[in-house]
Design a protein around this ligand. Structure first.
Ligand SMILES: Nc1ncnc2c1ncn2[C@@H]1O[C@H](COP(=O)(O)OP(=O)(O)OP(=O)(O)O)[C@@H](O)[C@H]1O
Ligand SMILES: [Mg+2]
Length: 380
């Protein structure tokens, strides 16, 4: 996580969804869509706000593209309504909606130049000839491709082509831009750069973006809110921190980031604390549950501390084990610790010092601890 000069695009004050006086820009109300026997989207209620950067996350086939196509007008819902402001746009054809969808497998026209590609939607929209040239220049500068307007797509790098596709999508000034895996073809470094450019463009033009990505890190970085989908349904919507730190259930906890789950029975509860008896031991966590309930504690690897000596004192939860594997990631090392035969846990440690000889290795006995406030109590 180094060298990100553009960091600082986080908008803590942007939270229209918390203000009942703000009307959503887009509303899905009980929206369903099936293809034959496949319910691609089921009972989706979702509001998206003007100026929001909204991300859809979920495994392949869970309905992300279908949800976007319903908003863009390429599909009609079998159930429910899609509203723009207060208007049901169900009967509007795609070109009558102020929505542009950049497809999963975006394609530039290979025989047209970069400038002609960008101008394509403008011509179709009937923008006067005299305005097209300046608009194309503006878009080229927005995506930092000044001077490349005369090239053909095959004379560009993958990242440059991606930016042309973005410029082409933005040129007609849609109010809502739907981006289906816009960065799938880019390498990690370029992805990160493009992510921040995208955020900057979105904020500069005050557009509303909905993005689909398979990359959770990407969603966490760019999005104001994330929706996690499973089998056509939305399981949780929240800020990246909410979805990561307070997942609604085991599915979300496991889908976003790495997690250790402790399954057991609640043996004591009250005062915002829960005690859980599990096969790995008895642990305390902050949360709500009823005595006798089956429950799970979800603990992220970075919230588990690794000690080389048995810890003394403290109100933490302790698990003894042995390192069986580790992955060195440069900035972090993830340790795989066997707590009992066949039961492994993951603990991540920031490599805060430049130790060339690592202090911990395979076979070393360790003690893992986590604070009650670091565990999330889940009942489903
Ligand atoms: N035109 C179609 N005809 C039949 N089935 C479809 C059609 N479009 C989508 N489906 C099915 O609907 C479900 C949801 O598809 P969708 O494309 O929305 O998933 P997705 O979340 O975008 O997946 P991916 O991440 O792989 O792009 C899948 O089971 C898919 O096979
Ligand atoms: Mg898709």
């Amino acid at each position: 996580m180094s060298g990100r000069p553009q960091l600082g695009a986080v908008r803590e004050a942007f939270a229209p969804w918390e203000d009942p006086a703000v009307r959503p820009l887009v509303r899905f109300e009980g929206v369903g869509k099936s293809f034959g026997d496949t319910a691609a989207v089921r009972g989706v209620d979702l509001s998206i706000y003007e100026g929001e950067f909204f991300a859809l996350l979920g495994p392949s086939g869970c309905g992300k593209t279908t949800l976007m196509r319903l908003l863009a007008g390429f599909e009609t819902p079998d159930a429910g309504r899609v509203l723009l402001g207060d208007r049901d746009i169900g009967a509007d054809p795609p070109h009558r909606r102020p929505v542009h969808m950049m497809f999963q497998a975006y394609a530039l026209f290979p025989h047209l130049t970069v400038a002609q590609n960008i101008a394509f939607g403008l011509k179709r929209q009937g923008v006067p000839r005299a305005e097209i040239g300046p608009r194309v220049e503006e878009m080229l500068s927005l995506v930092k491709l000044e001077g490349l307007g005369r090239r053909r797509p095959d004379q560009l790098s993958g990242g440059q082509r991606q930016r042309v596709a973005l410029a082409r999508a933005l040129a007609p000034r849609p109010r809502i831009l739907l981006l289906d895996e816009p960065m799938a073809a880019l390498d990690r470094k370029l992805r990160e750069e493009t992510q921040f450019e995208l955020m900057a463009i979105q904020q500069r033009l005050n557009l509303t973006f909905m993005i689909v990505t398979h990359d959770q890190d990407e969603a966490m970085v760019v999005a104001d809110r994330i929706a996690v989908m499973r089998a056509g349904e939305i399981v949780q919507v929240g800020r990246p921190t909410e979805v990561y730190e307070a997942p609604a259930d085991r599915y979300v906890a496991g889908f976003i980031g790495d997690v250790n789950l402790f399954e057991g029975r609640v043996t004591a509860a009250g005062g915002g604390r829960v005690r859980l008896a599990s096969d790995d031991g008895a642990f305390d966590a902050e949360g709500e549950a009823a005595v006798g309930d089956k429950a799970w504690l979800a603990v992220r690897p970075e919230k588990i501390a690794v000690h080389t000596e048995p810890p003394v004192g403290g109100d933490g939860n302790v698990i003894a084990g042995r390192i069986v594997d580790y992955g060195y990631l440069g900035d972090w090392t993830t340790y795989v610790v066997e707590a009992s035969p066949g039961r492994t846990l993951r603990a991540a440690r920031a490599n805060a010092t430049r130790l060339v000889d690592r202090p911990l290795g395979v076979g070393d006995p360790v003690w893992l601890t986590f604070a009650p406030s670091s565990a999330v109590v889940l009942t489903t």
